[in-house]
Design a protein around this ligand. Structure first.
Ligand SMILES: *Cc1c(COP(=O)(O)O)cnc(C)c1O
Length: 369
């Protein structure tokens, strides 16, 4: 077993390529692929992920905020980048960096037109977002005609795509609601196609929808979590490979007598003579306190070791009484095994929150394909 050097998040670009190709094979031939790489590519190092996805042929990137897009441009990424949630005060910077805003309200549309006109733009690419039931961001479907009126007043911007976001594409119990959202969007899309002399790109599908509602692929899909190896479903997970593996090493092993306790507030009490291993990562690295006190565990030499006691800021402890291991040995927090979906579930959350939460303090190590 190779000795680990420090806590690292290994990023397997071969797994990324596998996931990209697997998901692409789910969508019809000429559907465009938007790779969602917000939040540091879901914690996986957005620049290296973006470079690999460019090489693989992704048509579009999306991030949440302008600064995320600026960083990608500074790293030399040239693929179109959509900004899901741009903030008005940085519109100049957005245009300077050739980033493309999602415009989801009257206020934003008006302000963006003003900035584009001020900077002498013509046909600057924008994306119009409609709210079809998520009730988060988006124009009301009733606003379609108002949007057309506003667009008719300027030649500074051009609608490259029209889209909406599904609230429960991973939940079969909400199938009826999802179909209703898709249907509402289809009507909006039809009006756009009718109104313009060209057809903007139309898109509603996130990862779960790509698998669960393939008939709704339209002209582009927006894929995030699937690229990183998770599908919100056991069957989909089987087809994908986790890109990130969080590894660390044993700093020290403590030998406890029965009745001794571990960590802050003494929440673990040894019921037998025990060996407790200390690991150099904690809640400041994104392994939150909710995973402590035997809610879940990690793998040491492929054997399960429960996390015991309260997780500390920089440190956590595991029970290795039944495992043959020593200081310096490697430990896997999550990856193929334990699967991040299961690890997250033990903390009553989802893979998205776990993987995006691994802090920047953790070294990322890129494994080339
Ligand atoms: C984050 C996000 C996505 C990606 O969703 P996944 O479930 O990770 O595929 C797609 N569209 C929008 C608007 C998003 O905010």
């Amino acid at each position: 077993m190779p000795k680990a050097q420090e806590t690292v998040l290994e990023i397997d670009l071969g797994a990324l390529a596998h996931n990209y190709k697997t998901i692409l094979s789910q969508v019809p031939e000429n559907v465009k692929f938007m790779a969602v790489i917000k939040a540091y590519a879901y914690g996986n190092d957005s620049i290296n992920i973006a470079r690999k996805l460019e090489e693989l042929g992704a048509d579009y990137f999306a991030v949440a905020y302008i600064q995320e897009g600026v960083r990608l441009r500074q790293a030399g990424i040239t693929t179109p980048i959509m900004i899901f949630h741009p903030q008005q005060e940085n519109f100049d910077q957005l245009i300077e960096n050739c980033l493309e805003p999602s415009l989801y309200s009257d206020r934003l549309l008006t302000d963006f037109i003003a900035t584009a006109e001020k900077l002498g733009q013509k046909d600057y690419p924008v994306h119009i977002k409609f709210n079809t039931g998520m009730n988060r961001l988006g124009f009301s479907p009733k606003k379609v005609e108002t949007v057309f009126e506003r667009l008719a007043t300027t030649s500074a911007i051009k609608v490259h795509s029209v889209f909406s976001h599904l609230a429960a594409s991973d939940d079969w119990q909400e199938r009826e609601f999802t179909l209703q959202q898709i249907n509402t969007f289809r009507k909006i899309a039809a009006r756009f196609v009718e109104e313009f002399s060209y057809e903007p790109i139309l898109h509603v599908c996130n990862t779960s929808a790509i698998f669960n509602y393939p008939e709704a692929a339209m002209s582009m899909v927006r894929c995030g979590i699937g690229l990183y190896g998770f599908g919100n479903d056991k069957e989909i997970d089987k087809k994908l490979k986790p890109v990130g593996t969080l590894k660390t090493l044993i700093s020290q092993i403590q030998h406890l007598e029965e009745g001794e306790t571990v960590g802050y507030n003494r929440t673990f009490k040894a019921t037998r003579p025990s060996r407790i291993a200390t690991l150099p990562l904690g809640y400041a690295d994104g392994i939150h306190r909710k995973y402590g006190n035997e809610k879940t565990g990690v793998l040491v030499h492929e054997q399960f070791a429960p996390i015991v006691g309260n997780i500390c800021m920089d440190i956590l402890m595991i029970d290795v009484t039944d495992i043959d291991c020593e200081e310096g040995d490697q430990v896997v927090i999550f990856g193929e095994q334990p699967h991040a979906t299961d690890f997250a579930a033990a903390g009553k959350t989802i893979s998205y929150e776990l993987i995006t939460g691994i802090s920047q303090r953790v070294t990322r190590r890129i494994i080339q394909a």
